[in-house]
Design a protein around this ligand. Structure first.
Ligand code: ZN
Ligand code: FE
Length: 239
């Protein structure tokens, strides 16, 4: 499997997971259709599946157009079936989704929205975290409680350390400013920030991160208790 990172809209990332043996692909969270169409046509592959982490427009905006053009199957969380356009397959928490050579575990992570899910491609050790876990940050809590978001992040935290994290937005540099303010002596974080700045100045994505790096550097994963987490989340909302 090969991953293509596709910048969309202002600061979104969609991703193509390409199975080179079958010449087929899944797209994660197509914000808009055109950048995806360009890449699918350039690679001459079949876009078989559209995987949505949640219903926000910047994650599903390309659904209808892509389905119309390529006949792709759209997947999303069962409880979001009313608000994910053109959904075909309703996914459940902890389900293993299998199609062709694609295998992913569905992890329900409420907090940002009530129906947010992650796709864990455990064979390849990749997770698509949408707007729940960002590099050096986490999503705003729109529909859930602090406790739900805290528990959701704990689920992601418990994955193997080498798991690569592909999130929904390029927020890393801005997130790093908040982390360093609250964790100014963290040498791993300082090193990561150097790295991030270099990537950005080279015009490259700061994604993927890894569970290991996030455990070391992301203040929202380092904090141990719900109360501390809630305070940090409030501070970040006004940062
Ligand atoms: Zn969102
Ligand atoms: Fe988003």
């Amino acid at each position: 499997m090969r991953i293509e990172i596709i910048p969309c809209l202002q600061d979104n990332y969609s991703y193509l997971i390409i199975d080179e043996n079958n010449n087929s692909a899944c797209v994660i969270d197509p914000s808009e259709s055109q950048p995806i169409i360009n890449l699918v046509e350039k690679n001459n592959i079949k876009l078989k599946y559209i995987l949505n982490t949640h219903h926000h427009f910047d994650h599903i905006g390309g659904n209808e157009e892509l389905k119309k053009k390529f006949g792709s199957t759209i997947l999303g969380f069962e409880e979001d079936s009313h608000r994910i356009p053109k959904i075909d397959v309703l996914l459940k928490d902890n389900q293993i989704w299998k199609a062709e050579n694609f295998i992913a575990k569905i992890i329900h992570v409420p907090g940002h929205t009530s129906g947010h899910i992650c796709f864990h491609f455990f064979n390849e050790q990749l997770i698509f975290t949408g707007d729940t876990l960002f590099s050096l940050g986490c999503g705003r809590i729109f529909e859930g409680t602090y406790k739900e978001m805290f528990n959701s992040l704990n689920k992601i935290k418990s994955l193997p350390k080498e798991t690569k994290i592909y999130c929904g937005h390029e927020y890393t540099l801005n997130n790093s400013r908040f982390c360093i303010e609250h964790d100014s002596k963290n040498l791993n974080l300082k090193k990561k920030i150097e790295n991030i700045k270099k990537k950005i100045s080279d015009g490259l994505p700061t994604i993927p991160s890894t569970i290991k790096e996030e455990l070391e550097c992301n203040i929202f994963l380092k904090i141990k208790d719900l109360e501390g987490f809630s305070k940090l989340r409030d501070l970040k909302d006004n940062f």
